[in-house]
Design a protein. Structure first.
Length: 602
C-alpha cells in the first residue's frame, strides 16, 4: 500500500503510525495511507523560518522569474496530475480548473514583478514632507515577514488551493508550510514532489504536511501568517486559537458562503440574458459537483419568472450525465467521499423543513461507467423556497455539493435584501442587460460581497464566470465569508509584508528606499553616463552639463516643427491674466535639449 509522505525539514518522511486510508471517490478503492504521528510541528515551522532567509533576500524580480520558471516546469508534467485528479471525483474540466488554474496563478503572480522594484522590499506611496525646510521627511516601506505562511486548505482544490496562496507568499519572500485536506492530499503531494525535485525554489520555501496537523497552531509566532480555506465553523474555531490571539498572528479566512445569483427583471425567457442565467446556474451547480466555495447556493429570481426558471433549469440539469470522470460523455463526477455525500444529504434534510425539492433525488442517481454504490455520487438537487424572508434557513445552512435553492423577489430592493441575508459572501452575480439595474445592485450589494459579476450578452462569451476567482482580483468576503482577502494582485502580496513608516533626511531615505527623494544630496558621477551599466546606477547620481540659453527663436522653431502653437509658446500678447509671465518653452524641447547636453558632457 502506497504511503503518502510529508516533506518537512528538508526530507520526505512518513509518520510513526499505521496510517489513515484515502479512498478513490469513484471506485471506493484505497489510494494511499497518510500519517503524521510523531511529527514535531514546532521544528517544521522553525526550519521554514530559518531556511526562508534565502527566499527573503531574493529581489522581487528574482522571485517573479522563479515563479514563471516553476509554472513552465509544472505544465510539462500536467498529465500525471490529471490522472490522479480523476481519483478525487473530478472531471477533466474540474481538473483543468484545479491544476492549470493553479499554474495560472504562478504565471499571474510572476508578472507582478513588473510592479515591484528590483530589491527585496517594496516602497509604498509618495514621500511625505514633515518639515518646512524639506530636510525631514517620511516614507513607507514593506519588508517580508520573518515567519512562515501556514496554509490550511480545503479538499475541493488540492492543487489550485495550494498554489493560489503559495504564489503570493513566495512573491512576497515568505516560505510556506502547506497542510492540505487529507482526503485529496495525494494529488497535492504529487505536485509538491515535482516542485521539490525541480530545485527551482530555495530549500525551505515549501514544506508539506500530508495528514493531520491538529497542533500546528500551538507553534506559531508573531511573524507567521495563517490562512484557512474551508467551513465557516472550522475557520472561526481556528481563528480563536490562543496563539493566534496572543501573538497577534494575521489570520486570513476564506470560508464557504451562501453566494447568490440574481436574474434581472428584464431577462425574460427569449432574451440572451435568460439563457445565460440558466447556463451559469447549471454550471455552478455541477462543476466540481458544486463543491466550490464560490458556487451559487441561492438563485434569486423575479416572482413572475419562478416557474419559467424552474422548468428551464430542470431541463438543463436533466442533460447532465453523472459517472466516471474519465469518460468524455460524463459532465459531473463524484463528490470527494461518501462522508461528504452523507453530510450534504443531512444539510438538504434541514433545508427541506421549509423548502420544496423540485428537482433531483437524494437516494437515487444514474451513473455512467461507474457504480453508484461504490462511488460518492449524488444527483443535482434543486430546492424552492417561496417565502425567503420568513424561512431563513436557506440563508444560513449550506449543503456543500450540487445543491441550490430557488427563491422569488418582487422588486430589485428585495433582491438586494435577500443577497444581504447571506451575511457576507465571496461572490454574487446579476444577469441583466439594464445597466441602471446593474449599477443599483452593485452599489447596494457590494457591502456584503467580496466580488460581484455583472453578466449580459456583451461579455458572456469572454467572461470567466460566477465561480472563478482571479489572481489579480480580491478573493474573500465579509462576514460569514471570513473577512479575508486572498490574492488581489499587489494587494495579496502585501498581506505577507510588514509595513513600516521610516523618517529621516531626504539623503538618508534615498539610500533606504532606493528611490531619489526630493532635496536629497546628489552623487556626482566621474565618467560619461553612457559608460555605466544598469547595475552601476544608484539613486541620486547626477551630471552637471554645459549650459545652454533658450531663445525665442528656439521656441518658435520648435513650435513650427511640431505644430504645437499653444498660446503660451507663441503669443506673448495673450498671457495677461494667465499663470504665464513670459513666453514658455515646450516641455518636450527642454527634454530634447537636456539629452543633447548629456551627450556633449564629459
Amino acid at each position: 500500500m502506497k504511503k503518502l509522505e510529508s516533506y518537512i525539514n528538508g526530507q520526505w518522511c512518513f509518520g510513526s503510525g499505521e496510517g489513515i486510508p484515502m479512498k478513490d471517490a469513484v471506485t471506493g478503492e484505497i489510494v494511499a495511507l497518510s500519517d503524521t504521528s510523531g511529527f514535531d510541528f514546532s521544528e517544521v515551522l522553525h526550519y521554514g523560518r530559518f531556511k526562508g532567509e534565502a527566499l527573503r533576500k531574493m529581489t522581487f524580480q528574482e522571485r517573479g522569474n522563479m515563479l514563471k520558471k516553476l509554472a513552465f516546469h509544472l505544465i510539462k508534467k500536467k498529465q500525471h496530475f490529471y490522472d490522479l485528479s480523476f481519483r478525487t471525483g473530478a472531471t477533466k474540466i474540474d481538473s483543468w480548473i484545479d491544476i492549470e488554474g493553479g499554474f495560472g496563478n504562478l504565471f499571474a503572480n510572476a508578472s507582478l514583478r513588473k510592479l515591484f522594484p528590483n530589491q527585496s522590499y517594496h516602497v509604498e506611496g509618495d514621500p511625505i514632507d514633515l518639515s518646512r525646510g524639506g530636510r525631514f521627511m517620511a516614507h513607507h516601506i514593506l519588508v517580508p515577514k520573518r515567519g512562515v505562511a501556514i496554509h490550511i486548505n480545503a479538499f475541493n482544490f488540492p492543487v489550485w488551493g495550494m498554489l493560489e496562496k503559495c504564489a503570493v507568499n513566495w512573491m512576497a519572500g515568505v516560505p510556506a508550510v502547506v497542510k492540505p485536506a487529507t482526503n485529496t492530499s495525494f494529488l497535492t503531494e504529487a505536485v509538491v514532489r515535482e516542485i521539490i525535485a525541480s530545485n527551482i525554489l530555495p530549500e525551505g520555501s515549501l514544506q508539506l504536511i500530508s495528514g493531520s496537523a491538529r497542533t500546528i497552531l500551538d507553534a506559531i509566532e508573531s511573524q507567521d501568517v495563517v490562512t484557512f480555506t474551508g467551513s465557516a465553523d472550522t475557520g472561526r474555531m481556528l481563528k480563536a486559537h490562543p496563539k493566534v490571539i496572543n501573538e497577534s498572528v494575521p489570520f486570513n479566512m476564506e470560508a464557504d458562503s451562501l453566494n447568490s445569483c440574481v436574474l434581472g427583471e428584464d431577462a425574460v425567457p427569449g432574451t440572451p440574458e435568460f439563457d445565460i442565467f440558466i447556463k451559469e446556474v447549471r454550471k455552478e451547480m455541477t462543476v466540481k459537483c458544486g463543491q466550490k466555495c464560490t458556487a451559487i447556493r441561492r438563485i434569486i429570481v423575479p416572482e413572475k419568472l419562478m416557474e419559467d426558471v424552474q422548468i428551464a433549469l430542470g431541463q438543463q440539469l436533466e442533460k447532465v450525465t453523472i459517472g466516471d470522470p474519465r469518460l468524455k460523455e460524463v459532465r459531473m463526477g463524484a463528490l470527494v467521499s461518501k462522508d461528504q455525500v452523507q453530510e450534504v444529504k443531512e444539510r438538504v434534510g434541514e433545508l427541506r423543513k421549509t423548502a420544496q425539492l423540485v428537482y433531483g433525488n437524494l437516494e437515487e442517481v444514474t451513473t455512467l461507467g461507474a457504480s453508484a454504490k461504490d462511488g460518492a455520487f449524488l444527483a443535482p438537487i434543486l430546492l424552492r423556497e417561496d417565502q425567503p424572508f420568513k424561512n431563513t434557513a436557506i440563508h444560513e445552512i449550506e449543503a456543500f455539493g450540487p445543491v441550490s435553492t430557488l427563491m422569488p423577489y418582487k422588486t430589485l430592493d428585495e433582491a438586494i435584501r435577500l443577497a444581504h441575508l447571506g451575511k457576507g459572501s465571496l461572490v454574487s452575480s446579476i444577469i441583466t442587460n439594464n445597466d441602471l439595474t446593474a449599477k443599483e445592485y452593485v452599489v447596494e450589494a457590494a457591502t456584503h460581497h467580496g466580488r460581484i459579476l455583472v453578466l449580459n450578452r456583451e461579455n458572456a462569451k469572454e467572461s470567466t464566470g460566477h465561480g472563478s476567482p482571479l489572481p489579480t482580483l480580491v478573493h474573500g468576503g465579509p462576514g460569514r465569508a471570513g473577512g479575508g482577502e486572498e490574492m488581489g494582485g499587489m494587494r495579496g502580496v502585501k498581506h505577507y509584508l510588514q509595513r513600516c513608516a521610516i523618517q529621516g533626511s531626504p539623503t538618508t531615505l534615498t539610500e533606504v528606499t532606493g528611490i531619489y527623494q526630493p532635496k536629497g544630496a546628489y552623487k556626482e558621477i566621474d565618467q560619461h553616463p553612457f559608460a555605466y551599466h544598469w547595475e552601476d546606477l544608484e539613486p541620486g547620481m547626477s551630471l552637471k552639463t554645459h549650459k545652454r540659453t533658450i531663445t525665442d527663436g528656439d521656441i518658435v522653431n520648435f513650435a513650427n516643427l511640431t505644430w504645437d502653437h499653444f498660446y503660451a509658446h507663441t503669443d506673448i500678447t495673450s498671457l495677461d491674466g494667465s499663470i504665464f509671465e513670459k513666453r514658455t518653452a515646450h516641455g518636450y524641447f527642454i527634454l530634447a535639449a537636456a539629452a543633447g547636453l548629456v551627450r556633449l558632457s564629459k
